[in-house]
Design a protein around this ligand. Structure first.
Ligand SMILES: [Zn+2]
Length: 206
């Protein structure tokens, strides 16, 4: 019973209160276990559907987040028109083709016209889109387009480097292959020098 309660507390902490359809999801996961050849009622699996349902709710919590709410109060007008760059943001997402994780780093840069986004909000913005079923290409462009929409900068650059378990675990790719995607908008697309400055800052990591 104590174990049960601690999971409840964890769920509340993570904002994983049972959502509509949760029972249905747990039933589906029980079916999944059975179809995989397991016995869903054996001790070790008894609470697995519930845990997996909660875990999936968390990993897809981006569907229930609102970009404006995340950025609320964190758009500032400042007299700054140099490149803002936030690099090495950890990204964890689920590939929509296999429901397996892909994970890596995201680098975000933009050159403001008038407004900037509070620096701490950029990783949160990345999570809004990463915590959904995704393909890496779309995740990359969604982040770039959102920054473009919200603060109308001179340009935005987003690069994601990620490893996909659906490729690695199934032996489709070698262990260390990394997929790299980028989205370049505005001056990052039009000016080679700006793009190169961004990419060289990204490459310059330890
Ligand atoms: Zn996949």
């Amino acid at each position: 019973m104590a174990k049960f309660e601690s999971e409840e507390v964890l769920a509340v902490k993570e904002g994983l209160e049972r959502l509509p359809g949760h029972d249905e999801l747990e039933r589906a996961l029980k079916t999944l276990l059975r179809e995989l050849g397991e016995e869903p009622d054996r001790e070790g699996l008894l609470r697995t559907p519930r845990r997996v349902a909660q875990s999936l709710r968390f990993l897809t919590s981006g569907y229930r987040q609102d970009v404006d709410q995340v950025l609320n109060g964190a758009l500032f007008s400042v007299g700054y028109d140099e490149m803002v760059i936030v690099k090495d943001i950890e990204v964890f997402s689920l590939c929509e083709h296999h429901l397996l994780p892909f994970f890596g780093r995201c680098h975000v840069a933009y050159i403001p016209t008038e407004k900037v986004i509070g620096l701490s909000k950029i990783p949160r913005l990345v999570d809004v889109f990463a915590r959904r079923l995704q393909v890496q290409e779309r995740l990359t462009t969604q982040i770039a387009n959102t920054i473009m929409d919200k603060i109308n900068p001179q340009g935005v650059g987003v690069v994601i480097e990620a490893r996909h378990l659906c490729m690695i675990m199934r032996g489709v790719e070698k262990q260390n292959s990394v997929a790299v995607t980028s989205a370049m908008l505005g001056v990052f697309r039009d000016h080679t020098q700006t793009r190169e400055e961004f990419l060289s800052l990204v490459r310059g990591r330890s």
